[in-house]
Design a protein around this ligand. Structure first.
Ligand code: CA2
Length: 148
């Protein structure tokens, strides 16, 4: 069964508990439930979160090794982690989509958020549409999954 990995970076376990004006009130558990409900039959969705850069890199390597499309919210790593970029590029290089998602629109925020070191290697980027961005990314991926 095709599996989509939904990978989330540092501090996103706090989603829905702080800064609702920026990030809304949905929690990551809500996002996972909504994605599973939206996934077509036969498509598995697995959502993970980590504050640890090495763990996130390992999950991207796992996506390559298992042929899993990726929805990635790298959180603050977006803006400075070249290690994350180097791992992220392996996903599209393996012929798998990697969609970068941001809940807020970083371009409307502080200057340091205007740079993403990931966007240049992502298949596509969705930002500023709240947690709907995850579902839109899943729809893009699901529409392009190989059928048998
Ligand atoms: O808008 C996004 O999704 C971000 O990736 C979120 C990151 C931020 O560093 C990026 O610039 C944009 C921050 C994640 C922290 O998440 C929290 C959520 C709610 C309350 C506190 C932190």
């Amino acid at each position: 069964m095709p599996r989509v990995l939904v990978l989330n970076g540092p501090n996103l376990q706090r989603l829905g508990t702080r800064e609702p004006a920026i990030y809304g009130t949905a929690t990551l558990a809500d996002v996972e439930r909504d994605l599973r409900a939206a996934a077509p039959d036969g498509v598995e969705v697995e959502l993970r979160q980590t504050d640890d850069e090495a763990t996130l890199l390992g999950w991207l390597h796992e996506a390559v090794d298992t042929g899993s499309p990726v929805i990635l919210n790298p959180a603050a790593f977006t803006h400075y982690s070249y290690a994350l970029r180097d791992a992220a590029v392996l996903v599209p290089e393996a012929g798998l989509p990697l969609i970068e998602v941001h809940i807020s629109n970083p371009h409307r925020r502080e200057e340091f958020r205007h740079t993403s070191v990931v966007s240049g290697v992502a298949t596509g980027v969705i930002a500023g549409l709240g947690v709907d961005g995850y579902r839109l990314a899943l729809q893009y991926i699901a529409d392009r999954l190989p059928r048998d």
